[in-house]
Write a new protein. Structure first.
Length: 174
């Protein structure tokens, strides 16, 4: 089985619920749904998708917002209503998964230094250098984003880190 024959997955949210769509690209013609044996894609263009659902043909008019990548799909059940599908990014931005005060690696590299005496519970001040990363012979300082308390330290001298790795967390003082 070649790479093009393998099932593909797309994720969308609609009305606060996340949906996964699994399909197999076809060499000619529309894709084939993987998880829904009662559904066949009869035709698919950027503006119109025709499905056969349990022997009933249904047409869905589709409009794509090129700025937001949202899909607006007319309902096959009620005239004049539509569903908005928002694509879920394939690779989530690390900033979206972190708690406030999280310090993330801005690049892949090596932790070459941790501030002396730095440990969870340490008081830090805004702008204080906490860690130093090196990548391609360039050194980058990781600074405290605010004054407060270091609540977590996930980095150690000599450690290799990937882009977006959680290095430390600073809880801002109230």
């Amino acid at each position: 089985m070649g790479t093009r024959d393998r099932p593909q997955t797309r994720r969308y949210t609609a009305a606060g619920t996340e949906y996964e769509v699994h399909y197999r690209p076809a060499r000619s013609g529309p894709p084939e749904p993987v998880d829904h044996p009662g559904v066949r894609v009869l035709s698919a263009t950027p503006e119109l998708v025709t499905l056969e659902v349990e022997c009933v043909r249904r047409m869905f008019h589709v409009k794509r917002n090129s700025n937001t990548r949202e899909l607006h799909v007319d309902s096959a059940y009620a005239e004049g209503t539509h569903t908005t599908l928002t694509p879920v990014p394939r690779f989530a931005d690390p900033q979206d998964r972190t708690e406030p005060g999280s310090l993330l690696a801005p690049m892949p590299g090596t932790v070459v230094r941790v501030a002396e005496g730095l440990a969870p519970g340490s008081a830090v001040t805004a702008g204080q250098p906490l860690l130093w990363l090196e990548a391609m012979k360039m050194e980058h300082r990781i600074l405290a984003p605010a004054s407060g308390t270091l609540t977590a330290l996930h980095a150690a001298t000599g450690q290799q880190v990937e882009f977006g790795a959680l290095l430390a967390v600073v809880q801002e003082e109230a």
